[in-house]
Design a binder for this molecule. Structure first.
Ligand code: APR
Length: 233
């Protein structure tokens, strides 16, 4: 059985990573759009670098939760039949044990050199404009996809969506495209569709929608699927 899982900020909420559109809709006092665009970076480079430096540093203070760990267990069961796509730029899936994670919006713990195009794992700060380890240019930016930029690996994702048996969306509000359109794409290809989220997402075209905490819903669903697969084996 081929499964594509899409995760969003909701899966990391119980780990202490703030969501984008929760509570007052603000993000450390900024609207996401005001710090997550190429235009914002051009207008105030220091503000944007400081913002992402703080978020990168905060990863040291959070841990994966039961939902991340359950998806790592699912990878053990499904192997290459699972594609885990995340909109999250944190590294909690990897620290939860997942080996293959497609970060369609990039990663906080990576820097991208706009001079030589090299991407480098990055744990420190970028505000101080350090040199690129590959070319020496002082042209590093967070390796994250901003509004108006093309998410990574879209061809791989679309192929997987179109050929999967089941598409599962976890902890995402379904307002940001292209990810918000994945459910329709998967359904058009004949896949079953399932949503696991605190509330019904904006794009509620899922055949089944379960509301609750990711740390409860995801382990329960992984348990059910594993039992079904083992019964059919
Ligand atoms: N368990 C399950 N779902 C949760 C939980 C939880 N503990 N906490 C919150 N949620 C749900 C919320 O109800 C909401 O529907 O997670 C969703 C989070 O939505 P957003 O904050 O909009 O995050 P996301 O959908 O990942 O945002 C998409 O927007 O700003 C961009 O690039 C950024 O990747 C991000 C994209």
């Amino acid at each position: 059985m081929k499964v594509v899982v899409l995760t969003g900020a909701g899966i990391s909420a119980e780990s202490g990573v703030p969501t984008f559109r929760g509570e007052d809709g603000l993000w450390e006092g900024h609207r996401p759009e005001d710090v997550a665009t190429p235009e914002a970076f051009d207008a105030d480079r220091a503000l944007v670098q400081r913002f992402y430096d703080a978020r990168r540093a905060s990863l040291a203070r959070v841990q994966p939760n039961a939902a991340h760990r359950a998806l790592a267990e699912l990878e053990q069961v499904l192997g290459d039949d699972l594609l885990l796509v995340t909109q999250n730029i944190d590294d909690l899936h990897e620290r939860g044990g997942s080996k293959r994670v497609l970060h369609m919006h990039g990663e906080l713990r990576a820097a991208w050199c706009t001079a030589c195009d090299q991407r480098t794992p990055w744990l420190g700060t970028l505000l101080d404009e350090p040199p690129c380890p590959a070319c020496g240019a002082h042209a590093l930016r967070p390796d994250v996809v901003w509004f108006g930029e093309m998410p990574y690996e879209m061809d791989t994702i679309h192929l997987a969506l179109f050929s999967c048996d089941l598409f599962v969306s976890i902890g995402t509000s379904g307002v940001v495209y292209p990810a918000a359109g994945f459910v329709d794409y998967a359904a058009a290809g004949g896949a079953d569709t399932l949503e696991l989220n605190l509330e019904r997402a904006a794009n509620s075209d899922f055949r089944v929608s379960r509301q609750g905490l990711a740390s409860e819903l995801v382990p329960a669903w992984v348990g059910e699927l594993t039992a079904t697969l083992q019964a059919g084996a």
